[in-house]
Ligand binder design. Structure first.
Ligand code: IPE
Ligand code: IPE
Ligand code: MG
Length: 244
């Protein structure tokens, strides 16, 4: 890890301020080895912890990881159950491990659908991290971009109905401020391991001008070197935001 850090010399202004990672390929990784899919999730969770700390060490300010989508409930109950157990274990460990890095864990998504003990842990984790000043780590759990937008629209509609906001006053900022990521910069780069080339309902509003990098590595095999390669590619992209 230290060697990687020394070898990586990208200056802070070339880094994405906000990086999004779709942590994909756990199931295929396990299947390739003749293991149950849950073994892939266990391996992927260890990589999550390592990569989050690496991102913090190189100066990423906001990291959003996609851990569980609103659509992932459709998986077999054994797989969903194994994921719930893993989330609990990793949140407990992260509470301890992320403290040294001053990482501010924040949850995005509708966490009310999770088992009560997991919800409690989520609330405790967010609470413990409240005053931290380091990298913001958004963990997207039961997150879906469309659900997030519906929630935002409802919040805005309620303000209109209450007479505190006029429809003509609604701007892009109003919408941004009503999302789970309120107050955070839009995502600059979305990275997806496993070779898939789609967003799968991740950060739909926030990704309007994000760069996208798909990588042919399964998440449990993902290393800081893979991340360095993606960040170097990002640094060479020409972002025009509709200008010339
Ligand atoms: C991502 O890996 C983890 C979650 C969605 C929870 P997958 O489980 O989607 O792995 P593949 O895509 O089937 O290989
Ligand atoms: C997206 O991956 C969700 C997470 C990584 C948590 P999926 O594996 O669920 O997405 P699809 O089914 O390939 O689009
Ligand atoms: Mg997948």
């Amino acid at each position: 890890m230290r060697e990687t850090k020394q070898a990586f010399t990208l200056s802070p202004e070339l880094l994405p301020r906000h990086l999004g990672i779709i942590m994909d390929g756990n199931g295929r990784w396990a299947t390739k080895r003749g293991l149950p899919r849950s073994a892939g999730h266990t391996a992927g969770a260890a990589v999550f912890k390592k990569i989050a700390r690496y991102c913090s060490s190189i100066g990423i300010r906001y990291l959003t990881v996609y851990a569980f989508s609103t659509e992932n409930w459709s998986r077999p109950p054994e797989e969903v159950g194994a994921l719930m157990i893993l989330f609990k274990q990793y949140l407990q460990e992260s509470l301890r491990d992320f403290r040294d890095d001053d990482i501010k864990v924040n949850f995005i998504g509708d966490t009310s659908r999770f088992p009560a003990n997991l919800q409690k842990l989520i609330a405790e984790t967010a609470d413990v991290c409240r005053n931290r000043k380091g990298m913001v780590l958004n963990i997207a759990m039961n997150y879906g971009g469309r659900t997030e937008l519906i929630r935002a629209v409802k919040k805005i509609a309620e303000k209109v109905a209450a007479g505190v906001l006029r429809p003509e006053e609604i701007t892009e900022q109003t919408l941004s401020d009503s999302l789970y990521t309120a107050g955070q910069p839009d995502v600059d780069l979305i990275m997806r391991p496993s070779g898939e080339k789609r967003l799968s309902n991740f950060l739909l509003w926030q990704s309007a001008y994000a760069e996208f990098i798909s990588m042919d590595v399964l998440w449990p095999d993902f290393t800081p070197e893979n991340l360095n390669r993606a960040l170097t590619e990002f640094a060479h992209r020409s972002r025009r935001f509709g200008g010339v």
